[in-house]
Design a protein around this ligand. Structure first.
Ligand code: PAF
Length: 288
């Protein structure tokens, strides 16, 4: 595994592989790698001859007062996991390499970025779209892999790629969960004591809401309100719990068939997000 810190070195490696006609898959991350990230890495390995993973805790996607400084940075462990996974290159740029002195350009996927998480984290998705756009320009992958756990992020990246004609296939991978259903996330490490047990109730609320939607005898507003009350009594401070059309992330109505229920809630200082995507025509999860 090559460890690459500079853009020039990265471009040289990519150019070399391309000269042999090799397909390149890319997995962008912010590090603190867990089984969910490794699932993306293994999916990438199935897809291409060369796999590049990036680790960059992107400052522009954190708002004032958010956890940029506290975000877990575990470079040595991450390197070892990627060595074991036998990837081709780890791109590990510093902030100056990624943004230079006076970066002024922002990619903003209007509309989608202001909904759900965007309403509570202004500017967050502009930071994500901008860094992912930059990484795509640097790596020029044939395919890039994202977790379905960040469903809104996935939709925003797909829209950006489509609107800006990036020649990259966006592939999504189902959310990896702990045994009790909690979606794997680097932020789970913030949970202490009882909070860890309580956190699994977020997924329980999603499963219950999906069952209610499929049952069809309650309005979506009732299902959402019941979930919000359940989460509040469990000790969460929910930001939102929204039943949406999975294709445009707008509030769903009864005619919509492909749905996603999106939620974000705080447990003490930890903000957790999760979602469940499904079709009313069949049970189980569906892949986006
Ligand atoms: O999902 C993440 O880890 C980040 O938002 C991403 C896509 C690596 C951009 O910084």
């Amino acid at each position: 595994m090559q460890v690459i810190n500079s853009i020039n070195e990265l471009r040289a490696a990519v150019k070399d592989w391309r000269s042999f006609g090799e397909r390149i898959a890319f997995v962008p991350t912010m590090g603190n790698l867990h089984a969910g990230h490794l699932k993306l890495v293994y999916a990438a390995k199935q897809d291409a001859q060369r796999v590049i993973v990036s680790i960059f805790v992107n400052p522009t996607q954190f708002g004032p007062g958010e956890d940029f400084a506290a975000y877990p940075r575990t470079e040595a462990e991450d390197r070892q996991k990627l060595l074991d996974a036998d990837i081709d290159a780890l791109f590990l740029p510093g902030e100056a390499e990624m943004y230079g002195e006076n970066s002024q350009t922002v990619i903003s996927v209007k509309g989608l970025s202001n909904l759900h998480c965007g309403a509570f984290r202004p500017g967050h998705f502009d930071g994500v779209a901008t860094v992912v756009g930059k990484l795509f320009n640097l790596v020029q992958p044939d395919a890039a892999f994202f977790g379905q756990k960040d469903f809104q992020q996935l939709m925003i990246i797909r829209t950006m790629v489509n609107d800006l004609n990036f020649p990259v296939e966006i592939k999504s991978v189902a959310t990896e969960r702990e045994v009790d259903g909690l979606a794997m996330s680097s932020r789970n490490g913030y949970l202490i004591g009882e909070q860890r047990k309580t956190a699994a109730k977020l997924y329980q609320a999603l499963c219950k809401a999906r069952a209610d939607v499929l049952m069809g005898n309650k309005s979506y507003a009732t299902i959402e309100n019941e979930a919000l009350s359940f989460l509040q009594s469990a000790g969460f401070k929910p930001d939102y719990f929204n039943i949406c059309n999975a294709d445009d992330l707008q509030q769903a109505d009864n005619k919509d068939v492909n749905l996603v229920i999106l939620t974000a809630a705080r447990l003490a200082n930890t903000r957790l997000i999760d979602n469940i995507a499904f079709s009313k025509t069949r049970t189980g999860c569906c892949n986006y």
